[in-house]
Write a protein that binds this ligand. Structure first.
Ligand SMILES: Cc1cc2nc3c(=O)[nH]c(=O)nc-3n(C[C@H](O)[C@H](O)[C@H](O)COP(=O)(O)O)c2cc1C
Length: 164
């Protein structure tokens, strides 16, 4: 899938088959994350990929708007060390991952992590050391639902030339 088709195809899926995602595919998806821009090239972002059902169920119970993590084949936890631009760096990496998953024919959904009351507990649960911050929990897997056509605001509503 080319890049523009990928942007157009990505949407947040919340209904998954309980089907594992091959590890090689997950590695290629994470590879896209590590290629994201990073302020001052600090590259503070790292990932914990959770595939085991028990851990996915535990995460799903904690994330009030991420119950489908219990279903989905994999959940990529995006963390960033506590640097000046940790949030920007982490978000860019997360978006690369969502797009790479789409390009490989998988579906995905960002589940909030940063600043959530459960962020520290989830970090501890997967053994992440103290300073690191949870940015996002990315459900990555195979849709159970028929694929949807995402809708967004039209360009004319968001684009301003020269002045607002
Ligand atoms: C920072 C952030 C947090 C989000 N948190 C959740 C969440 O906790 N649960 C969820 O189902 N979707 C979550 N989403 C997905 C958005 O709801 C989704 O991107 C939005 O509705 C637009 O739909 P689309 O992704 O299909 O274009 C989050 C997205 C972002 C960027």
């Amino acid at each position: 899938m080319d890049a523009i088709d990928t942007f157009q195809a990505r949407y947040s899926c919340r209904d998954y088959l309980d089907k594992p995602v091959p590890r090689e595919l997950l590695e290629r998806i994470i590879d896209a994350g590590r290629r994201a821009p990073s302020a001052r090239k600090v590259e503070p972002v790292f990932y914990v990929v959770v595939t085991e059902a028990e851990m996915r169920h535990r995460i799903a119970q904690m994330a009030d708007f991420g119950r489908f993590i219990a279903q989905v084949g994999s959940c990529v936890l995006v963390f960033s060390h506590d640097t000046k631009y940790f949030l920007e760096d982490g978000c860019l990496a997360a978006e690369n991952i969502l797009l790479a998953a789409t390009a490989f024919g998988l579906q995905s959904c960002w589940v909030a992590g940063h600043g959530k009351p459960y962020a520290t507990s989830i970090a501890e649960m997967v053994g992440v050391p103290g300073d690191a911050k949870l940015i996002a929990m990315l459900a990555i897997g195979y849709a159970r639902e028929p694929l949807r056509q995402p809708e967004h605001k039209p360009v004319k509503d968001v684009l301003h030339w020269e002045k607002f």
